[in-house]
Design a protein around this ligand. Structure first.
Ligand code: ZN
Length: 160
């Protein structure tokens, strides 16, 4: 069975950046399981996996636009620390929800200088070219419930 839309796919993967550093990998020998064609993976990786079958191995390089997007400097803002009151423990690397003109957005604290806190709304991997080594572990048909939810249930998937 080869990978097409609406199939449940399990993959082992290792993700590296341009410097060859491992950013992420399927953990503990357990594959990542996802519903293909529903935006659960970054677009570039879904496109590379289409048509592959269990046992296939691939190495792919994915540009930022097909991964987590280009880095957008407009998503960076500096705010006085007092506007973040109620958040006692603000440090570089802290992830929080910030209210913006576009509504609530996940941001990362990237710098603290004096009373000013820099919040970055870019995905942590925005602007990165991603290098994946992937092995397809399993491909199966999705259940009707999985299709209606747009994600996988059971081992490796969401649990409700
Ligand atoms: Zn569900």
């Amino acid at each position: 069975m080869s990978i097409t839309r609406d199939q449940v796919v399990s993959i082992h993967y290792t993700l590296k950046n341009d410097a060859g550093e491992v950013l992420d990998r399927s953990a503990g020998g357990e594959p990542l399981t996802y519903l293909h064609g529903h935006g659960n993976l970054i677009p570039g990786l879904e496109r590379e996996l289409a048509g592959k079958s269990a046992g296939d191995k691939l190495q792919v390089t994915i540009a930022p636009a097909d991964a987590y997007g280009e880095y957008d400097p407009q998503l960076v803002q500096r705010v006085p620390r007092r506007t973040l009151k109620g958040l006692a423990d603000i440090r570089v690397g802290t992830r929080l929800q910030a209210q913006t003109e576009q509504g609530a957005r996940a941001v990362t604290v990237t710098q603290i200088v004096g009373d000013m806190v820099t919040l970055d709304g870019n995905h942590p991997l925005a602007g990165n070219t991603l290098h994946f080594e992937v092995e397809v572990a399993e491909v199966r048909a999705a259940t009707e419930v999985e299709l209606s939810h747009g994600h996988v249930h059971g081992p490796g998937g969401h649990h409700h």
